[in-house]
Each structure stands twice: as C-alpha cells, then as structure tokens.
Design a protein around this ligand. Sequence first.
Ligand SMILES: [Zn+2]
Length: 228
Amino acid sequence: MSGKDIRILIKYYRHIGVEEDKLYEKIVNYLKKIYSDYPEPIYQNFINRIIITSKKYNLIISEPVPFRKNELEKIRTLKNYRLEKLLFTILILSKYDFIMKSKNEDYKNDYNNYTLNLKDSTVLRFAKISKKKDEDLFHELILSGLMKHVRGGGFDVILFDRDDTSDILFYVEDINNIWSYYKPYCEICGIEIEKRNNRHSLCNECYKINYKKSQLEYIRKKRGFVEQ
Ligand SMILES: [Zn+2]
C-alpha cells in the first residue's frame, strides 16, 4: 500500500464518520490485517503526517475533472468575471456528473453536451457567488448561447462538446472549492492574476504600460489644446 492509498483510506474513514482521534488506530489495524508483520513504530510518523496533510480537503472528488483549453477560451468570451466563474462551476459540476454516471454501463444520454440538474441556489453556492438584487445570471448565460434550458426536462444543457480533446489545463480535485480554480486574469494579456482590483483587472506589467499610455495621452491632449 502506498502513501496515496493510505490517504484515500483516511479520507474514506472520515467520510463514513470515523473521528479524528480514532483514525490512526483504524489505519494501523487495517494495515496489520494485510501485512501480518507490519512494523508499526517505523511507519508511525509517516501515517500521522498523512492524517494531518489529508485534512485540508473535506471531501475529495473520487474522479478529478479535467478542464481544457477550448473550454477556457469559450468561457472567457463572456468577458464578465462573475458570469465566467458561474459557467465554469456549472461546467465542472456537469462534467463530474457525466464522469460518475458514465461509469454505469446502462447510462444513456441523448445530448452530445454536458447536462446538469441542480437548483440554481445550489450552483451559486458551489460558485461562491452571492446573488445581487434583480440579477439573473442564469438567464444571462442562456442569452450568451453557451447554455440552454430544457423546458419540462428540468435541467440545463451546457453547450460544451463532450468529445473535446484540446489540452488539459488542470484538474479540479476538490468539488467543495470549484470556485477557487477559476482565477482572475489580466484583461489585456490574459495571464492569471492573484486578485482583482475594483477599478481594473490588469496584471502589474499591463497596468504600468496602460498608466504610461494614459499619461502620454493626457499630455498630448493638453499640448494640443495649448497649441491651438
Ligand atoms: Zn497583462
């Protein structure tokens, strides 16, 4: 058994409600069952360390969800960070749903795109977006043409191709923190930035260049005004 396997086992025990102070004992008992000569003292620190480091995640997705280049490009066409983050969340949730369901051989779906059947409020919670008054982000997504609501069917079709084979940018491994995987980015050059400023979302470089440009513009205008 590798450290990775032990980590999964610990998460499983947590998931079924084993308390923190019982985890070590549970793991050791398990290992002793498989390896009759398990040298407990040698691995004690190792196991304890995994117990601590595996705490960071409440519930791991049993299947990591890949996020692809084409998907990012499509999402960014929205040019509205809140909407983009919402669509990203919907996409990841629906892809996760698809991955889990398609493990079942009987699973059939008439759509070539991803579908999602969750309440709007639940999706907003996953996206960590609080609804503003008189705002309907879901309606805006449908207007954008990247999502479709199926009348009577009670679910949304997310218009992203299931056969997309473009490069995988990263995997979403923690379903409780999907929102944290969609990073703000510079509006000019597109690189990821740590935080969005209220007034602008530019990286430091572009901000400097932009600032210089606007200064020059200002001087030019002023001069032009004087020379007239
Ligand atoms: Zn930039």
